[in-house]
Design a protein around this ligand. Sequence first.
Ligand code: HEM
Length: 469
Amino acid sequence: MQEKTQSCPFHAIHNIKEFDALDSVARENPWPYSDWLRAGADRRVYKLPQEDTIYLLHRFDDVKAALTDADTFSNKIIPTVKSPFFALTDGKDHQRIRSIIATFFTPNNLQKREADVQQIVQEATENLLQKGQCELFENWAVPIPLGVLASMFGLPGHEASIAKYHHHAVAINRALFVTGGTGPRRSEEPTVAEKAAISFAIFKNIPRFIKLWKMVGNKGMAELKTMVQFARKDLATPRPNFEHIPAGLGPLLELMLLFLEKLKTHKNKDGTDGSDVIATLNFYQKKGDISLVEAMMAGAFILFAGHETVTSLLSNCFVHLARNPATFQELKAEPGLIENFVEEMLRFYTPVGRFLRRTTRAVELNGQRIPKDAIVILMLGAANTDAERFENGCVFDPGRKNARQHLAFGKGVHFCIGATLARMQAVAALKALVGRASSIAVDETKPLKMVTDRDNGIFRYEELKVVVK
Ligand code: HEM
């Protein structure tokens, strides 16, 4: 392919003196910060300024090594008695639930899902073309992944439901990282106003709590309590952000109830092979391999793990192609190039730029020490542009041979369980787009705003007004 974007797509930043990765500063323009981190040998392990226990790893080999050493770099970042989400824990509990969920994503079950994915993609792309001038997230980048997830879980997939899941998932994502959060530096305790807002939100949600209690019983409520109860109070949590909790509580409870209702009313189907997600969760629940509360939380987790990630990838592909019309035409002429293009997109515009880990022991790297119980931010985006692994890593090269070696889906025991489904959606969506549209454009008359309030470093724009012909 011809195109090689010769420099990072955003402006260069000079005189970087320090990097507060938890602030929103590098969200819009991470590349110069990644370059700066790599430029100093003493920054190989980088301690965040003004933080005692937060470190960064950013080189490809270091990030990959940390991802594959779950014993040392633990996913149990939130020190509650029991993890609220299976992905935020390690060891037997993680393996037990992951092995059930993995049955939804076997090659056989993904093959069965492909016709659904194609139909959802075709409908969304047709809608985009018919509108011609519209907002991309609302009409394409959100309905595709949420349509696929709704179909997977047997949830309503019409427009109003999709808008509701999107709203809820975003509100939860904002609120979720209260204990592993990012944003400007702030106190570890909620302010009086935040405490009052949280109490009011709890009060307002009493009817939902009662409904939940009726459905999961005392045992389920006790289990839920262990998921919010801290086992260790001595562990510092990075930048807890209490501001978004009130707005996230109602949506989280609603999604939990939605999955509970599905689990309770869908009991008699055969769930042995993973092709029906809810039936499978029920099957393993009856066997005693997963509790009702764990099944409900797994459903809710997959809904937000499989949504904004794919939305980010799809929208970034659109923007890149709109800015590089020659590449758009090349993909149109040769759709076989789309698969590698998607891999380069995942590498260069890593949809989730960072993941957190907590050290279970002290680690020494390059003579630099990370203490036990420290938070380590694994900079997936920076690792993916490391020139040691990817020649001219800060150059977007759609024909790059080793693009697929990126870490955008993680590595090791927590490797993204939905990676194949995500790739399937992106390839289908781009094939439909370049196949049907003759040209695409993004309205950049006003500066585009990046999302900066999702703590996992999701890399996407807030809103995109587009023209598709
Ligand atoms: C472009 C899209 C996606 C990206 C970039 C992405 C990225 C990731 C990454 C980096 C991880 C590893 C997290 C860690 O190491 O702690 C992960 C885990 C996970 N992903 Fe994805 N993901 C995407 C799409 C999906 C989809 C479509 C689904 C499901 C429908 C999904 C479900 C999950 C789940 C359940 C986990 C947790 C796995 C575990 O901890 O064992 N993801 N994802």
